[in-house]
Design a binder for this molecule. Sequence first.
Ligand SMILES: Nc1ncnc2c1ncn2[C@@H]1O[C@H](COP(=O)(O)OP(=O)(O)OP(=O)(O)O)[C@@H](O)[C@H]1O
Ligand SMILES: [Mg+2]
Length: 495
Amino acid sequence: MIIEMKNIRKSFGSNDVLKDVSFMIKGGEICALLGENGAGKSTLMNILGGVQPTDSGSINIDGKQVVFHAPSQSQEAGIAFIHQELNLINDLPIYENMFLGRELKTKRGSLDLERMHQETIKMFKQMDVDLNPKTMVRDLDSSYKQIVEICRAMMTNASIIIMDEPTTSLTDQETERVFKMMKTLKDHNVGIIFISHKLNEVMQFCTRYVVLRDGNLVAQGNVSEVTSKDLARFMVGYDVRTDPLLREKKLGKEILRVEGFTYYHVFRDISFSIKSGEIVGVTGLLGDGRSELFQSIFGAEKVSSGKIFLNGKVVSIKSTTQAINEGIAYLPRNRKENAIIKDMNIMENASIVTWPKFSKKGIINKQKHEETFREQSKVLKLKMGKLTDSITSLSGGNQQKVVLAKWLATSPKLLILDNPTQGVDVGAKEDIYDIILKLADENIAVVVLSSEAQEIIRVCDRALVMYHGVIQGEVALEAMNEHTIMSLATGGQLS
Ligand SMILES: Nc1ncnc2c1ncn2[C@@H]1O[C@H](COP(=O)(O)OP(=O)(O)OP(=O)(O)O)[C@@H](O)[C@H]1O
Ligand SMILES: [Mg+2]
């Protein structure tokens, strides 16, 4: 199958998102669709997926013009779309989710649950996915939800699959699994449009690339003929730095100390401390327990034993509200599921944790609050329309910036950032790193949780590497390199 999108234009009000974009994909290739946050990648795919109409231009499939008025028409034409935001129903088991909108029926017209169950088992076997189809979706880790979405798309026997940032919240191991699936599909002559901000993935797995900037297609070609530095430059229009960000440290008093923190098999005997002005990384592989550990410190999860000291005093944090009042902020690992309320507008989303700070006797000083948020969004180069626009009108990376701005506005003493650059483009990543350094300069203690060793090396003063719920080792200076981190993360010892 060959799909050609020709001279596509799309505006939202005065925002000309796609000015004149022509894009092509054919079976058997994996084409990376790249561009900064808000460049129009999802919008272009929404048009191909029948989610949104185009203002002008045309779509041809194998030389014949088609017009999609609804997602179902695009699906019937052989296009499957895995959206940037998850689209599963929590209260149904996996196998029913696999057939949403195209349920199998018995001859008498009722749902054929048995056949849907069997088909799902077959699919999982083919894709080497180790999941029980009867599990309720609500009980799945978000990464597994993503994998279910991918399998569902594959089940439609699509000729072209659109994957809008499928790996943003996946660990390396899970990402591997997705790539294995993609390779199988490519070998079966399926064409894949792959949107990602992780350029190393693009370099490794894509055959072709296309870059959008300022509403135009600015570069395209074969991945084998470029470097990831080239791709980054095409996206943002200038050279992106990759060297470690050296800084002058002035560490203050100890802010947080954790002693013997334990939660059954999730994490054990965790002890460490962090000073004001310090940036500490925490990394590891799937099942290392780092997110759970910091959720516990933030009062969102219980612990079975251990002590926390804040500013030298022992505290018992029983709720997240208490944690916020103690000056702790926590940016969660998965924006799609834990940080955004889809039915609220931008300002409401930004206010959720900050309104107590801007209110006196229960009355919120709205103007002051909005001013503060505007200032922060300027620093973060947040691309948005009005504060009252729906949060879902923002591109994925810009939603992430709203969440970051929201936590910064709590003026924390200890800032915990779990997967802080999920879904943000290479340029904005640098902006976020600069902000982290600036915050440390302002004497905030920052913890960066990340599975990307490179990210840890770039911004952190030192890093704790976890393995199966324990701190396997601590690295700093020259020892903070990819090789040592990986060796600790897989259970090795510091030599
Ligand atoms: N439904 C909508 N209403 C209004 N504006 C929208 C809507 N959908 C997208 N936009 C705007 O269109 C622009 C492009 O958004 P899009 O989601 O296509 O970006 P993207 O390239 O996918 O970015 P990201 O990498 O952050 O996901 C943004 O400025 C966004 O705010
Ligand atoms: Mg997008």
